[in-house]
Design a protein around this ligand. Structure first.
Ligand code: CA
Length: 401
């Protein structure tokens, strides 16, 4: 079995949705179409509903029972339920409700602070007290493989990549010249709570169905001009790509790790027991040339802390909501999760393995994020698959993936 197929073993079993709207599960080199699967308590009406939301609605006990029934009956599935994985075209696997993006990596937040505010404190004053985030645009969360048209917007007069950089000049409207990626992990809420309620940090993981890879595409020049004081708006809202496979949180159980020490100690509603993190390896490639390899193990604010924070004001949360970690960066060169950091804010070009150089993404570039747990091909190796997208020129109409 190839390492790629081994990464989709019986301890993984991620869920996706195919072009026909059927829920499918990846197993080795195949998918199992749950509409035709045997041995499941949950009926075909849920599996033919076009998204995972109907399954989310059944709740954590049904998710656990289905997973156990699938694992027990993998070898007994009829031929009509099985297809080669590479032949199956996958779509966005769930209807995305609200989308929030956090800023949970200490290394990323510190790198960004040093680039954007070289003379100030790298971290904003609240950063160590709460998981900083912003509400993103759910309607532009797109399936892996979707084309990403280069966005246009107002670019400030002082921007280093702008055509004119004289002080006092007017901002300039045009296609972004600083198109970037952000390597992130997203978690999909499967079970919500009503407005007026909050989710205690100790209970947060019960509300999470699973994990996806996220690319939070970012136009750094548009973002730089607009972001103060309310945060990013058009610089990020044009597209967010997610991987087609939603890996159940239960599959990540063996890959729990203690998080970094939190100092000062978090407020009571954010105090989480250990192990609070997950060790997911992540790799960013541009045109199949690897530019960064990192891991989620060192994330300062955990998924549970993010969800507890999001709901502590009584905002509630709904099944289908997507919460993303923010860019995941490590402490050393080559572990940064964005071109912004890899190029020092655009000051150093990056040499790709094919001999070309990049500071920001060019039209035609394909960015891919891969995710996994464990040593590749080794015992327990688990694949999260990948999320990819290709940049197309500004204004180009997009074709479905
Ligand atoms: Ca982000």
């Amino acid at each position: 079995m190839s390492p790629d197929d081994a990464g989709f073993g019986a301890d993984n079993l991620p869920y996706g949705v195919d072009e026909a709207g059927h829920v499918v599960v990846a197993w080795r080199h195949e998918v199992i179409d749950l509409v035709h699967a045997t041995g499941l308590d949950v009926g075909p009406e849920v599996w033919a509903s076009g998204s995972l939301n109907a399954f989310f609605a059944l709740g954590p006990d049904a998710w656990a029972a289905t997973r156990a029934q699938l694992q027990a009956g993998l070898a007994d599935q009829p031929d009509r339920a099985r297809r080669p994985r590479h032949q199956v075209r996958l779509v966005l696997p769930w209807e995305v409700g609200d989308y929030a993006d956090f800023y949970a990596s200490l290394e990323h937040a510190s790198n960004m602070g040093r680039i954007l505010r070289p003379d100030g404190e790298p971290l904003p004053p609240a950063w160590r007290h709460l998981p900083i985030g912003y509400h993103g645009r759910a309607g532009t969360v797109v399936a892996s493989g979707s084309e990403i048209p280069r966005p246009a917007g107002l670019i400030g007069p002082g921007d280093p990549a702008a055509a004119h950089d004289q002080p006092g000049q007017q901002p300039e409207f045009g296609p972004t010249r600083r198109l970037d990626v952000e390597v992130e992990l997203g978690f999909v809420i499967g079970s919500g709570v009503a407005r007026g309620q909050s989710i205690p940090v100790t209970d947060a993981e019960r509300h999470v169905f699973g994990v996806v890879l996220v690319n939070d595409w970012s136009a750094r020049d548009i973002q730089a001009f607009e972001y103060q004081p309310l945060g990013p708006f058009l610089g990020k809202s044009f597209a967010t790509s997610v991987s087609p496979w939603v890996v159940p949180l239960a599959a990540l159980e063996p890959w729990r790790v203690d998080g970094p020490v939190q100092q000062p100690e978090p407020s009571a509603y954010l105090k989480a027991g250990e192990p609070r993190g997950y060790d997911v390896g992540l790799q960013l490639s541009i045109n199949d040339q690897v530019v960064s390899t990192t891991s989620s193990a060192g994330l300062y604010w955990s998924m549970a802390q993010q969800l507890a924070h999001l709901t502590v004001n009584g905002s509630g949360v709904r099944a289908g909501d997507l919460l993303a970690s923010g860019t995941i960066s490590g402490p050393t060169a080559g572990t940064e999760g964005s071109l912004m950091e890899l190029t020092g804010g655009g000051r150093r070009a990056l040499r790709l393995g094919d001999g070309t150089t990049r500071t920001w993404l060019a039209d035609g570039d394909k960015a891919t994020i891969r995710g996994w747990c464990g040593p590749r091909g080794g015992p327990g190796w688990l694949s999260l698959g990948d999320v990819n997208g290709t940049v197309v020129p500004c204004g180009q109409e997009v074709t479905p993936p």
